[in-house]
Design a protein around this ligand. Structure first.
Ligand SMILES: C[S@@+](CC[C@H](N)C(=O)[O-])C[C@H]1O[C@@H](n2cnc3c(N)ncnc32)[C@H](O)[C@@H]1O
Length: 227
């Protein structure tokens, strides 16, 4: 993976080597060239998927559990997952093969760079950010993915009516994001009371959520649509 931007920008992740299982290694060797892309120019989704179905982007998909769940459930939606962590990419590749999914593509890179450079305006029907690293310590808050520059970046990429769906098990981060989203008048909250939404059927309970529950954390879904 080569980062596109050489500027000293604050990234929302720290790239760790991470141990790969044999299955993940094999999947990367065998399937990376089939399902993963390394864009060099703005992506033509019609050409990439061979159809004009809506595209849902999952940023920082972890091990890909959410994408597998939704891609099985909605075969007429195209899924794009962006993740930096190679073992997670390997895990998703295994799932794509196991379930014979035709509607999933992957980019292994920094999602922020990819959005800036290669995702066309008005090309996404949904953007999902599930359990982004909360960066608990105050001095690390600047690394949190969802902030005003991030919202400015995704605004033009979403179609009219397009969805932004955030989920977290870290209440202070979720409250901060809800307040921020409410200030962005181009978005409207799907919840009548301007608060959290129930978990929708396209988002399964993931490893991170289960871990949060063990620590007595709640889960906070925020679903907003572009006006
Ligand atoms: C806490 S995990 C959550 C994984 C998954 N969304 C879930 O719900 O299980 C956050 C993930 O986001 C990835 N990530 C963080 N910043 C990223 C970025 N800028 N581009 C791509 N992936 C990123 C990390 O590598 C990590 O796998």
């Amino acid at each position: 993976m080569k980062f596109e931007s050489n500027e000293r920008q604050i990234r929302s992740f720290v790239l760790r080597k991470g141990k790969m299982t044999i299955g993940q290694k094999k999947a990367v060797e065998q399937w990376m060239s089939v399902y993963a892309i390394e864009p060099k120019e703005p992506i033509d989704f019609q050409a990439l998927y061979g159809n004009d179905h809506p595209v849902w982007l999952d940023i920082g998909f972890g091990n890909g559990e959410s994408i597998i769940h939704a891609a099985k459930k909605y075969p007429d939606i195209n899924f794009l997952g962006i993740e930096v962590h190679l073992p997670g990419v390997g895990h998703l590749l295994m799932g794509i093969e196991e379930h014979g999914l035709q509607n999933v593509r992957i980019i292994r890179n920094d999602a922020i760079d990819m959005l800036k450079l290669y995702i066309k305006d008005l090309s996404l029907a949904a953007i999902h950010v599930y359990f982004p690293d909360p960066w608990h310590k105050k001095r690390h808050h600047k690394r949190r993915m969802v902030n005003q520059p991030f919202l400015d970046l995704i605004k033009p990429k979403l179609e009219a009516g397009g969805r932004f769906h955030y989920a977290s098990d870290w209440e202070p981060y979720a409250i901060e994001v809800n307040d921020l989203l409410a200030e962005n008048l181009w978005l409207r909250n799907a919840d009548d009371k301007q608060g959290f939404s129930p978990r929708p059927e396209w988002r399964p309970v993931t490893k991170f959520e289960r871990r949060g529950h063990k620590l007595n954390h709640g889960t906070y879904d925020l679903i907003f649509h572009k006006n």
